[in-house]
Design a protein around this ligand. Structure first.
Ligand SMILES: [Zn+2]
Length: 397
């Protein structure tokens, strides 16, 4: 039998037979279902699901110790995109204040910042839905209109458009990784447009003059720029999402993208930038520190990077200590079940725990360690830094 079916198939059919016999309602106790022991050398990476035998403390942190501003959420998105580039003004509202407010109250989220608030009529809808009825609980950002980049006079128009967006209620500007990785001279065709292209200079300057901070996503995880092979630490993730790889073709390197960003930061010192995802240097905190040292107008936020920060807890603790006034809290949500993991990471000294909810960790097969931040630093990271940068309305009693 085993020779015919192979050992795995045989064990699977045995499992089916055991399950079928258990369904007959017999009263004698059932033998516990034991996971099949694969033949030596046949276990696949996907099937390897080790359970940690460490006996260490596990803290559930359902509610943040202090009020939180999540500066990185997406309750709305532009409806249309072509080649990854948002087109037109229409936005899709994914969730609404009546759905979000109970979650926010339960988790102790003071305010959510909706980064992809859209442009034009879409922005107006975002503001009307979230920020206008609840100015202390929701903040809406606008976005550049890259679909117009090939238009004559784009540079000046974009700067003026940001002034109109501010008038319509926008509190900041979100720059997607589209810039540097997708946007091309004729929007979806032609050479890639550089991050430090002078056509954007009036836009960056307008952000500074209008007091609109720029939440900027430049580049992506370092491993996304490397061959998707046996040495790539995010192999499973890239295998699952092949379009997330920026290796080859005409893509610039990770280092080139960050260098272009740095030239923008240097050229526009009066504009405040929030480097999303730890400024895309979470694998290299010395690099993030160097950027923060060189550019006083740069801040960073931590969304989707606790997997990186938490696997180097000592370096991260030093980083939070030194840059405690320039780190903001974000999640790339809002996703209810993720908040306790973020809170646990920042508030506790728990060891070796999952940073995501999946069967296999999303970003790689490792676990993380809590930072146990002091109350002073927690308050800054959770809300005070964001309140200062975004000039947030005081919370209503
Ligand atoms: Zn995001």
């Amino acid at each position: 039998m085993t020779g015919h079916l192979g050992r795995r198939a045989w064990l699977a059919s045995l499992g089916t037979m055991l399950a079928a016999s258990g369904a007959k309602g017999r009263s004698e106790p059932q033998a516990p279902v034991v996971a099949a022991q694969p033949a030596a050398g046949t276990l696949t990476l996907a099937d390897f699901q080790p359970r940690s035998m460490l006996v260490v403390s596990e803290t559930r942190v359902e509610r943040a110790r202090f009020p939180v501003v999540d500066v990185h959420t997406h309750p709305t998105f532009r409806v249309r995109s072509v080649g990854g580039i948002p087109h037109g003004e229409a936005v899709r509202v994914n969730t609404t204040p009546p759905e979000l407010l109970p979650l926010m109250d339960r988790r102790n989220l003071r305010t959510l910042v909706s980064l992809t608030g859209g442009v034009g009529t879409g922005l107006a809808e975002s503001v009307r839905t979230f920020q206008q009825p609840h100015p202390d609980r929701f903040v809406v950002f606008t976005e550049p209109s890259y679909d117009r980049i090939a238009d004559k006079g784009y540079a000046a128009w974009q700067a003026d458009e940001l002034a109109r967006a501010r008038q319509a209620g926008a509190k900041g500007v979100k720059v997607l990784k589209v810039l540097g990785l997708f946007l091309r001279e004729q929007v979806t065709t032609g050479p890639l447009v550089k991050i430090d292209d002078p056509r954007f200079d009036p836009m960056w300057e307008a952000c500074g003059a209008l007091g609109l901070p720029v939440a900027i996503h430049i580049s992506d995880p370092t491993a996304f720029f490397l061959p998707v092979d046996a040495h790539n630490e995010r192999y499973e993730e890239l295998n699952e999402h092949p379009d997330w790889s920026f290796h080859g073709k005409d893509y610039p390197s990770d280092a080139d993208l960050l260098a272009a960003r740095d030239r923008v930061l240097a050229r526009h010192p009066k504009t405040t930038f929030i480097g999303l995802h730890v400024g895309h240097s979470s694998e290299n905190l010395a690099g993030a520190a160097s950027a923060l040292d060189r550019f006083p107008n740069l801040h960073v936020e931590i969304a989707a990077r606790i997997g990186e920060l938490g696997r180097q807890p000592r370096a991260s603790q030093r980083f939070f200590d030194k840059y405690q006034d320039r780190i903001l809290f974000g999640t790339d949500g809002p996703q209810d079940d993720l908040y306790p993991i973020y809170f646990r990471f920042l508030e506790t000294e728990d060891e070796y725990f999952d940073y995501g909810g999946g069967k296999v960790p999303d970003q790689g097969r490792w676990r993380i360690y809590g930072l146990g931040l002091s109350d002073t630093i927690l308050k800054k990271v959770y809300s005070q830094n964001a309140e200062r940068i975004l000039s947030l309305a005081p919370i209503r009693a």
